[in-house]
Design a protein around this ligand. Sequence first.
Ligand code: SD4
Length: 360
Amino acid sequence: MAARVIPAIMDDGINKGPDMADRRQFLKTSLLGASALAISKPIAAAESAGTGRQPATVRVTSTWDFGIAANQAAWAILGRGGHSLDAVEAGVRVPEADLRNHSVGKGGYPDRDGNVTLDASIMDAEGNCGAVAAMEHVTHAISVARRVMERTPHVLLAGDGALQFALEQGFEKENLLTPEAEKAWHEWLNTARYQPTANSEVRDYGKGFPGGKDNHDTIGMLALDAHGKLAGACTTSGMAWKLHGRVGDSPIIGAGLYVDGEVGGATSTGVGEEVIRNAGSFLVVELMRQGRTPAEACREAVLRIVRKKPKTAQDIQVGFLAMNKDGEVGAWAIQPGFSYAVCDAKDQHALVPAKSVFPA
Ligand code: SD4
């Protein structure tokens, strides 16, 4: 379908020079369609039900191109005036169940020893949050994370304890290692020399390995509903071929995900170790609190990583995606190639390339 130039609202307030405009290739799979018109009415009703305050911009955004499909599932809830927490959970369940996606849910690439271990977190506008880390055998890690949030006094369950809790909650025990992912693991075992350091994957930069600039799949999603409430979710199988027990940024509140209803939310993708070191998503939200736009805040957060480790940063990808409490969306990455999907009543299939520190 037709491509067109990205509207300014998606891509923030900085770097609007002609060079950046050239890079704003905006892929669309459909223009304003009948479905958008059909579901914009309940939103309008919900928005005008307030007391003279500006209506919330109902919108959902998520990382990478498969975020378009995930956003659709979230929009099915948001578009009916539903809650952002339900929307982000439903949204990220789509890539969790997609066997073609090798870094989220079932079908994700395993760790060094052949175990598929999942990380996920979910958070609402009031600071309620739940997460699971290094959990095996349950496809929908995000739904387990939500149960941790809603049915336990804890925030994060890890490993066998997370699985035990999931099974007690009625989740099905499955084998998450698909034949395709197992084949890829065997190929890696043949060729890769294991080195017990963090980020060993990034040495395979450019070969399509996770951690390299061309291979990222984690989904982070942020949504603002018709009630003006923000929520976020993040789910991943993490870096392929990682050490067994390695936990990335995605289940760490403040690293892979952070939401503050007074300010906005942020999520991240890429090499989780660098995001954790910089409390990345918390940093983005705090920068927005100080008055920066979502994109300005994301830019500063990736620059922190680059400034601290200029050599490392040349070979890795980290991307931040943020939405403020008004629904404005922005993103920034270390390397080119990070994209994010945006969905609202006007357009449900937008895919926006994020700006980056390093050029293409
Ligand atoms: C992690 N941040 O586990 C995740 C991986 C990722 O794109 O986002 N890959 O470190």
